[in-house]
Unconditional design. Structure first.
Length: 499
């Protein structure tokens, strides 16, 4: 069974969500949903997508070009840290609603509707790299050649408007020999957030379908019927744009919250007091208004850069979108300046960084704000000790891969316990708000040379912040105003070798 926390995680009223999913599950007819679902790519998007369909009663076959990943998943192991995902996988395998195909042809024979869940990473110019999606479409198309029934191929990958019909369809048509109405092609972007994937995949706020043929609209609506969520059907390019527009709005809110937090600090007021009140305006709403060291993750920056590149290509200046990216970089710099001021200049200080994952609930370190902060601290001459409950190894690998040559020995240390990271530290910097950091027990502050906590997420419990055994400096709060400005590292020294 899936732990209730995994289902409840992302909702204010978790308990009722758990109940309603359990009820619906019981009510889902055992009878077949239309055909068998094939999922191409079993990564961050594909695996939860496949398991979501299986949970809601579909028969699902997954495939990934990485043989080791196929074997791993078929054995019931999940490749990423994600609450509830191991249980969802176990349920799918045990109920025989989910299995892993060993080849393209096995996948093509088994399924009727195929979801392409392949990565579309950023190219250096910000545009998306369609290499994996093109290759996957080509291989699937070839595997579909000669089959008698009409397949439906659905693009779940995040792609700029026009890609599904303009790039994926022609490749599929050429490779499969099926043209025009003989082949269904649709877009169905995902809105899964890491850390709450199981909830998001089982109970999405809405399903967005980009369809050009009413048969495909109907087949997909039937497939999603057991989810009991609103289904929004629209032209394919519109669905593709919904995904980018959604992430641009969310990222804009975070960037704006961060800018307001800088003003709040300077004005000696608390950013959460301001923004929770702002969020009470129903036109604005309360979510995504939590200031921090900037947004991270694999989506926001990549998608915003893709939008800017698309704007450039179409000669449409996307001034706000560019501004969000710039503001986000500035926020990481601002966060480092705050740390630097709080410790009275980072040079030779021992700084413990708590939290390396880009957000709690995941071991994903892609785009994590911990990275620019650690790099700025190292440039300023600090010694940095790092801790994360689950992402330590991933951060270590990503950091080494990007650093090239090894750094001065002892300047970065990876610590398995918080106590170890804090031993002899001049400051603890809280980057990722893992719940286990929130109580900051006295035993932790006792490990530190000078007990100072720079809390970039205001993640310490309110009763702990002013307990007296350490100095608390919270980003976006009056505590961040006017600390040691005279002894901080000059900004030019920090900025000289990059951002
Ligand atoms: C995002 C979208 O939410 C999801 O719909 C899409 O499918 C993929 O991109 P994800 O990147 O997993 O999901 O995480 P999200 O919860 O959106 O957070 C992104 C970043 O913004 C994180 O670094 C998070 O810490 C930060 N954030 C979020 C804030 O700093 N403040 C907030 O109020 C909310």
């Amino acid at each position: 069974m899936i732990p209730s926390e995994a289902l409840a995680g992302a909702t204010p009223d978790g308990s009722s969500t758990v109940r309603s999913i359990a009820d619906r599950r019981a009510a889902t007819p055992e009878g077949p949903v239309p055909g068998t679902v094939g999922v191409v790519g079993l990564g961050y998007v594909g695996l939860p997508t496949a398991l979501g369909f299986a949970h809601h009663g579909a028969s699902v076959v997954g495939f990934d070009i990485r043989a080791d990943l196929r074997r791993y998943i078929a054995r019931g192991a999940t490749p990423v840290h994600e609450p509830g995902l191991p249980e969802l996988l176990r349920d799918g395998l045990d109920a025989e609603r989910f299995r892993v195909a060993r080849s393209w042809s096995e996948l093509a024979r088994a399924a009727d509707t195929f979801f392409l869940c392949l990565p579309t990473p950023s190219r250096p110019d910000g545009g998306i790299d369609l290499g994996a999606l093109r290759a996957g479409s080509e291989r699937l198309g070839r595997a579909l050649r000669g089959r008698s029934s009409r397949p439906l191929v659905v693009v779940k990958s995040t792609v700029v408007p026009g890609t599904t019909e303009g790039t994926v369809r022609p490749i599929l048509e050429r490779a499969s020999g099926k043209v025009g109405p003989e082949l269904g092609v649709a877009a169905n972007p995902e809105f899964i957030a890491e850390g709450s994937m199981v909830h998001d995949v089982l109970r999405p706020e809405r399903v967005v379908l980009g369809v050009s043929d009413p048969r495909d609209a109907e087949a997909l609506a039937r497939l999603y019927a057991p989810f009991h969520v609103p289904v929004c059907s629209m032209p394919t390019a519109a669905a593709e744009l919904v995904k980018y527009a959604s992430n641009a709005f969310l990222a804009a809110r975070v960037a704006l919250a961060n800018e307001i937090s800088r003003l709040a600090e300077a004005s000696g007021v608390d950013v959460d007091t301001v923004l929770t009140t702002v969020g009470r305006d129903p036109r604005i709403g309360p979510s995504f208004l939590s200031a921090g060291p900037g947004f991270g993750g694999s989506c926001f920056e990549k998608d915003l850069r893709a939008l800017v590149a698309e704007g450039r290509r179409r000669k449409i200046p996307l001034t706000v979108v560019k501004g969000i990216l710039r503001s986000n970089d500035e926020q990481a710099e601002h966060a480092f300046r705050l740390i630097d001021r709080a410790v009275g200049g980072a040079r030779r200080r021992r700084i413990a960084v708590l939290g390396l994952a880009f957000k709690p609930g995941t071991d994903d370190v892609r785009g994590t704000r911990a990275e620019p902060i650690v790099r700025a601290a190292l440039r300023a001459g600090a010694r940095v000790r790092l801790h994360d409950p689950v992402a330590l190894e991933k951060f270590r690998r990503a950091f080494r891969d990007r650093s090239g040559r090894p750094r001065r020995r002892g300047s970065v240390e990876f610590c398995r316990s918080v106590e170890d990271a804090l031993r002899g530290a001049d400051a603890a910097v809280l980057v990722t708000p893992w719940p286990e950091y929130g109580a900051f027990p006295r035993a932790w502050s006792r490990e530190m040379r000078s007990p100072l906590v720079v809390d970039l997420r205001r993640a310490l419990r309110e009763d702990v912040r002013y307990r007296g055994d350490f100095l608390w400096v919270g980003l976006g709060t009056p505590s961040a105003a006017g600390i040691h400005p005279e002894s901080a590292t000059p900004i030019s020294a920090v900025a000289e070798d990059g951002r």
